[in-house]
Write a protein that binds this ligand. Structure first.
Ligand SMILES: O=C(O)C(=O)Cc1ccccc1
Length: 447
């Protein structure tokens, strides 16, 4: 019988600063540019609040991220001088006008947006007021930032360079929550994030669904015919695949860590031949031209994000809840375990909203020995994948039927963990022209 892993059985969060993290595919030093008409004034905020040490910087980062989310005057902010190796992550970048090289350009100036945290930056920062600190992967303008704002409308959104850093930010108390995209109506599951959910000990405390509206962004003045390359998050590239082809764009597609980061990269490097797929908000933040608007292959393109916390929430039965579990089968059960698990829910009238299998990380392969039939044949070995299953079902752990279903599932699984039991996002999808607009309702505001 499997043990259900809950916070009590899994122990507390761990520190994993030494874990190797994949390098961004196109490494850059991040600085943000916006088109600016007036000569910017020196902002006292940057001189006063950003100190020389990392803790000061992180605090400032948290404040800045909320400013960026709310401050429509950000175009008036200030360039900063950058010394090589400067820990404060602020830099003065050559101005760019989109018609010539980055160094020679004239009408774009750097604006200070919060810099993404890396694993190396993670030490607990003092909390500012009562605002919830919400870590997300990407840079300002990423869809994950919009999801954080939808889930927690007045939060400090903290950008992180990798998903791993967002998880660790919560584990190390640098952030209170992380927001993580897990699946998309066009592109399917974001598998890496399911693997991370299993590797870490955070709990799902809520979900938000965000309509995603992609734009094709280029430097000002660039025409479609000049493009040889489009860069973006792999999900964004796959969500726009047919439209790009239908637009007659004969371009190479290249994966980037996040959509807004791709937009920023084009600007920072003055790339006249490269477009990025990102949000309209990213176009605004980085001073880019929108070459095409709404280029996703389906207008009902929605991404589901989950919110993660160090502690689970107390499940309730007075509103629609969803519960996410992950399990592995006993060796002897083979594929029949899936049938049994599904029956445990079906007999109790519990609907499933998701079922996903992933190769088992620790034991990806099972060897099956078989002696060949007929006269003295040698034993052959068949290699079978071992799977871990992720299931979301529509019931709260506060309900008896859900508890009974899980007790039954436990009987024929070797491993079972409840990732979280949390309120369903019931907000109707309004497909607007800008996915960054936050909804008036905030499914996560109670968690
Ligand atoms: O890259 C981003 O902006 C993200 O937040 C990840 C993502 C990418 C594409 C669709 C939804 C989320």
């Amino acid at each position: 019988m499997a043990a259900i892993l809950t916070p009590a059985t899994t122990g507390t969060h761990s520190t994993r600063l030494a874990l190797p993290i994949a390098k961004p595919k196109l490494p850059i030093r991040r600085t943000h540019l916006v088109r600016c008409v007036h000569r910017p004034e020196i902002s006292p905020f940057f001189h006063g609040a950003v100190g020389a040490n990392r803790a000061d910087w992180q605090s400032a980062c948290a404040i800045l991220s909320s400013k960026v989310a709310t401050d429509s005057q950000h175009h008036q902010q200030t360039p900063q001088h950058h010394e090589a190796g400067d820990d404060t992550n602020h830099s003065l970048v050559p101005v760019v006008n989109g018609h010539s090289s980055a160094a020679a350009a004239l009408d774009l100036v750097p604006v200070q947006l919060p810099q993404p945290l890396t694993i190396a930056d993670l030490s607990p920062a003092p909390k500012h007021g009562s605002q919830l600190r919400v870590a997300y992967q990407g840079v300002p303008g990423a869809y994950s930032e919009a999801a954080a704002a939808k889930a927690y409308p007045n939060c400090d959104a903290i950008p992180c360079d990798q998903f791993e850093a967002a998880f660790q930010a919560v584990e190390l108390w640098v952030a209170d929550r992380a927001v993580l995209p897990v699946e998309n109506s066009l592109g399917g599951s974001i598998h890496r994030n399911y693997d991370l959910l299993l590797r870490h000990r955070l709990h799902i405390v809520g979900e938000v669904q965000l309509p995603v509206h992609h734009c094709l962004l280029a430097l000002p003045g660039v025409r479609k015919e000049q493009l040889t390359r489009v860069i973006s998050h792999p999900q964004a590239l796959s969500q726009c695949e047919h439209t790009l082809t239908a637009m007659g764009l004969n371009v190479a597609r290249e994966a980037f860590d996040d959509t807004a980061g791709a937009a920023e990269y084009v600007v920072l490097n003055g790339l006249q031949d490269t477009a990025a797929i990102a949000s309209a908000r990213a176009a605004e933040l980085y001073g880019m031209q929108v070459l095409a608007d709404g280029i996703q292959d389906d207008s009902g393109n929605v991404t589901r994000f989950v919110m993660l916390a160090r502690e689970p929430i107390v499940p309730r039965a007075d509103r629609p809840f969803k519960t996410s579990i992950v399990f592995a089968a006993h060796d002897s059960e083979g594929t029949s375990v899936l049938f049994k698990v599904l029956s445990a829910f079906a007999f109790r009238d519990i609907g499933l909203t998701k079922i996903e299998s992933r190769p088992h990380r620790q034991r990806p392969i099972r060897l099956e020995y078989e002696t060949s039939r007929g006269g003295g044949g040698a034993a052959s070995t068949a290699k079978q994948f071992e799977y871990t299953f992720y299931v979301d079902f529509q019931a709260s752990l506060a309900e008896r039927r859900a508890q009974n279903a899980l007790a039954e599932v436990q009987e024929f699984t070797s491993f079972l963990r409840v990732l979280g039991s949390y309120p369903m996002d019931m907000t109707p999808w309004s497909i607007t022209s800008n996915s960054s607009s936050s909804s008036s309702s905030s499914p996560g505001s109670q968690q």
